[in-house]
Design a protein around this ligand. Structure first.
Ligand SMILES: Nc1ncnc2c1ncn2[C@@H]1O[C@H](COP(=O)(O)OP(=O)(O)OP(=O)(O)O)[C@@H](O)[C@H]1O
Ligand SMILES: [Mg+2]
Length: 294
């Protein structure tokens, strides 16, 4: 049985500064089921981090509705929000300096967030997490002795320390080399295979092609979705595939709650419209949009 993990409806976020107002999210609708691995892509400034921060409880939405793991992000009190951030979501950033302590060992860093909640057998759990990200051999190294990619893997382990229902990652491979990026990405894929729900923002086209569901955000709204083709689903680990040059996914446009669909500009162009009226017909279960006859 599938359960909804993220339900965003008409989500709006307005950033107010002294001079201006920025509409960062403009009525975003998205449903993510439990157990999904979803990638979020989009141009710089399209609202990806804003959306992730709303889900992570780091910032409050302005309007619409947002429910994550059954918790309503609008009606939550500050106190409930603290518990939510500790137990429901785990966060990985591009720049992991924010959640790592340089003079503690890898193991101590992973055990640290567990002291805030009542995880039993902290050390066993921390070792398990380290194994999962492939860093068991570095457990006693100090954080500042690790490479960027290794630090990022520790950051993933830390984000998972309290067994969050949802793992959020904002460009987790943004500052590592392609080989490390691939490795880190495989860690996410493996976590997902074990049942972890993950939402990941990425700029990396090659990596996004290995994901079952890629959601594109444009001007603070979901504009299209790409779904992995069946024949690639079982081949995600094949290194022989050059993912950059494969068309692994099928693209869909998104219909909003009012039934509006945005038709890509190239397709509109081929209709050669005289004005803004189109003919809409239902034929054999298909909706046909055409230029009105003269
Ligand atoms: N704290 C803030 N105050 C004011 N404006 C903000 C703030 N944070 C983000 N914005 C604006 O909101 C819009 C969306 O920003 P956001 O960071 O979500 O984009 P993004 O898709 O994550 O971009 P990038 O790929 O560059 O990380 C941008 O126009 C940005 O300038
Ligand atoms: Mg961003």
């Amino acid at each position: 049985m599938s359960e909804v993990m993220i339900q965003a409806d008409g989500l709006v976020k307005i950033y107010k500064t002294k001079q201006t107002e920025v509409l960062a999210l403009q009525g975003l609708d998205l449903t993510v089921e439990q157990g999904e691995l979803t990638a979020l892509i989009g141009n710089s400034g399209s609202g990806k981090s804003t959306f992730l921060n709303m889900i992570g409880g780091l910032d409050r939405p302005s309007a619409g509705s947002l429910v994550v793991g059954g918790k309503n992000l609008f009606t939550m009190t500050e106190r409930e929000l603290v518990v939510y951030k500790r137990d429901t979501v785990g966060f990985v950033w591009q720049n992991n300096g924010r959640n790592l302590l340089p003079y503690l060992t890898v193991l101590e860093n992973i055990m640290l967030p567990m002291h805030l909640s009542n995880v039993k057998k902290k050390r066993t759990k921390a070792l398990e997490l380290l194994e999962m990200v492939g860093l068991s051999s570095k457990k006693n190294s100090r954080m500042n002795m690790l490479s960027g990619g290794e630090q990022q893997r520790v950051a993933i382990a830390i984000a998972l320390a309290n067994s969050p229902k949802l793992l959020l990652a904002d460009e987790p491979t943004g500052s590592v080399d392609p080989k490390t990026a691939n490795y880190i990405f495989d860690v996410f894929t493996e976590l997902n295979r074990q049942g972890q729900t993950i939402l990941i923002v990425t700029h990396d086209v090659a990596l996004s092609k290995k994901v079952k569901r890629v959601v594109a955000i444009r001007d603070g709204k979901i504009s299209s979705e790409r779904i992995l083709k069946e024949k690639y689903a079982d081949r995600l680990k094949e290194v022989s595939i050059d993912w950059r040059h494969e068309d692994t996914q099928e693209e869909y446009v998104i219909m909003d709650k009012a039934g509006r669909v945005q038709i890509p500009r190239e397709i509109i162009g081929s209709l050669e419209l005289k004005d803004n009226k189109v003919k809409l017909e239902l034929q054999d279960g298909k909706v046909i949009i055409s230029r009105p006859e003269e």
